[in-house]
Design a protein around this ligand. Structure first.
Ligand SMILES: Nc1ncnc2c1ncn2[C@@H]1O[C@H](COP(=O)(O)OP(=O)(O)OP(=O)(O)O)[C@@H](O)[C@H]1O
Ligand SMILES: C[C@@](O)(CCO)CC(=O)[O-]
Ligand SMILES: [Mg+2]
Length: 432
């Protein structure tokens, strides 16, 4: 195994169907150009595994010998010689890991470390020397844009490569279009879903699927968890002008998914009707988005569906005053239709911008958002999926800077990270 190397995976925006996706309804989502990057370097002490996750202020090391490898691996299931991503987390393994995690005080650090160790102990072995795993992301964290899934996909792909279950990515982006059957990406997707289970208990799998494969998809989890989810690629995403605005109100996806679960238990018939409405809505949107001609009438319908979807999410109790404020401001300025995106409760809203709005009006609205402390992102939809960057594939004069732990830790913001590492600009990135 040649170290160091990078992997990277995108965040996502759910256009229709968040929350209903958990209840096996279809949802439509697209990858973003905002991404997580994971750098794997050899540890000075080969017995040590270190996590450097500065975005969440986590820096932690373990002695590899302290991990109960034999006890954990006794519970690992294999299929075709590779560790199998199970339908549920194995409680005995979580229990074995709790001893190694006992010195992590904050629950955020505990969950992130558990997620790492759960995948590490399945995909790697005690024979593999210690390494340092450093993550930086250009995505806002806990804001509805799939930051947890992009991290899960990065960890799953890097650990699968280290464990010898998957080869480094080899495809140039243009080769990808022709590749329909992709067992290596499928393996990464299945393990990143395990990561998402560590983060929020009951994920639909849409976020990690988009982070793995990129592009835009209609996604549906099956009611029977042993059946694979259905993923329909939407190759020709219509030209949608979207504003993505972050309220910066922190929230947890696990909590919000749990709250919808409670509504579902308390009012099963009412909630079933809301979820069914969301199902029809995602199907209607899919029909409109895949029409060969996407004109004025289609755009108008999309905006109506955005408004209806937001209303249904409000009914499930996952909005927040700041999200309503973004909706009001965009309506007063008549820039387009707004809905929350991701789990809600804070985080981000998307605005589908009307075609005829003057650039000046959009800018004025963004400035108004700013006065409330909100941040609007410029990003493109249909971003590239999971990728790896090997040392040898980068131009010789750039290698030391690109793969330096110190340089990676020193980038001040997302612009500096992308300035060096962007999967669109730095030569050497390959895709699975
Ligand atoms: N850059 C990062 N470094 C380390 N951990 C991260 C990073 N980004 C995200 N995470 C992990 O993901 C968690 C946030 O996940 P959560 O699912 O709550 O939000 P999200 O994925 O951003 O939004 P949504 O699931 O609604 O799309 C963080 O608490 C952290 O554990
Ligand atoms: C809220 C949710 O639907 C989307 C989170 O991005 C949860 C999921 O689908 O896993
Ligand atoms: Mg998440």
């Amino acid at each position: 195994m040649t170290l160091p190397f990078f992997v990277s995976a995108p965040g996502k925006v759910i256009i229709f169907g968040e929350h209903s996706a958990v209840y096996s309804k279809p949802a439509i989502a697209a990858a973003l150009s905002l991404r997580a990057y994971l750098l794997v370097t050899p540890s000075k002490d080969p017995k040590k595994i270190t996590l450097n996750f500065p975005d969440v202020e986590l820096s932690h090391s373990w002695n590899k010998e302290d991990i109960p490898w034999d006890e954990i691996q006794a519970h690992v299931q294999f299929k075709d010689g590779r560790p199998l991503a199970t339908e549920e987390l194995v409680p005995e393994i979580t229990n074995e890991l709790s001893g190694v995690l006992s010195d992590l005080e904050s629950s955020l650090h505990y969950v992130a470390s558990h997620c790492f160790l759960y995948m590490y102990t399945h995909l790697c072995s005690k024979e593999i020397p210690g390494m340092t795993f450093s993550i930086r992301s250009t995505l806002p964290i806990g804001a509805g844009l799939g930051s947890s899934a992009s991290v899960s996909v990065c960890l799953a792909s890097a650990l699968a490569v280290l464990g010898g279950h998957v080869q480094h990515a080899t495809l140039h982006q243009n080769d990808k279009v022709t590749k329909n059957h992709n067992p290596e990406a499928d393996f990464i997707d299945s393990w990143s879903l395990i990561g998402e289970k560590c983060y929020h208990g009951n994920p639909s799998g849409i976020d990690n699927a988009v982070a793995t494969y990129g592009g835009a998809v209609m996604y549906q989890r099956m009611k029977n968890p042993s059946q694979p989810s259905v993923r329909t690629n939407m190759r020709n995403l219509p030209p949608l002008k979207l504003l993505l605005t972050n309220t910066k109100i922190p929230r947890s996806t696990a909590y919000l998914v749990g709250q919808v679960g409670k509504i579902n238990e308390k009012y099963p018939k009412t909630s079933a009707s809301i979820l069914e409405a969301m199902e029809h809505l995602a199907n209607d949107a899919y029909q409109i988005m895949t029409r060969p001609f996407f004109g004025k009438e289609e755009k108008e319908k999309m905006r109506e569906l955005v408004n209806i979807n937001h209303g249904l999410l409000v009914a499930l109790g996952v909005s927040h005053p700041s999200l309503e404020n973004i909706k009001i401001i965009s309506e007063v300025n008549k820039i387009g239709a707004t809905k929350l995106t991701g789990a809600g409760g804070g985080g981000c809203a998307i605005t589908l911008v009307n075609d005829d709005v003057a650039e000046e009006t959009i800018q004025r609205t963004i400035d108004e958002f700013k006065t409330h402390g909100y941040e609007t992102y410029e990003t493109t939809l249909g971003g590239k999926g999971v990728a790896s960057l090997q040392f040898d594939l980068v131009k010789e004069d750039l290698r030391d800077k690109v793969f330096s732990d110190e340089a990676f830790a020193s980038y001040k913001d997302r612009f500096e990270i992308d300035g060096v590492l962007s999967v669109d600009n730095l030569e050497g990135w390959r895709f699975w």
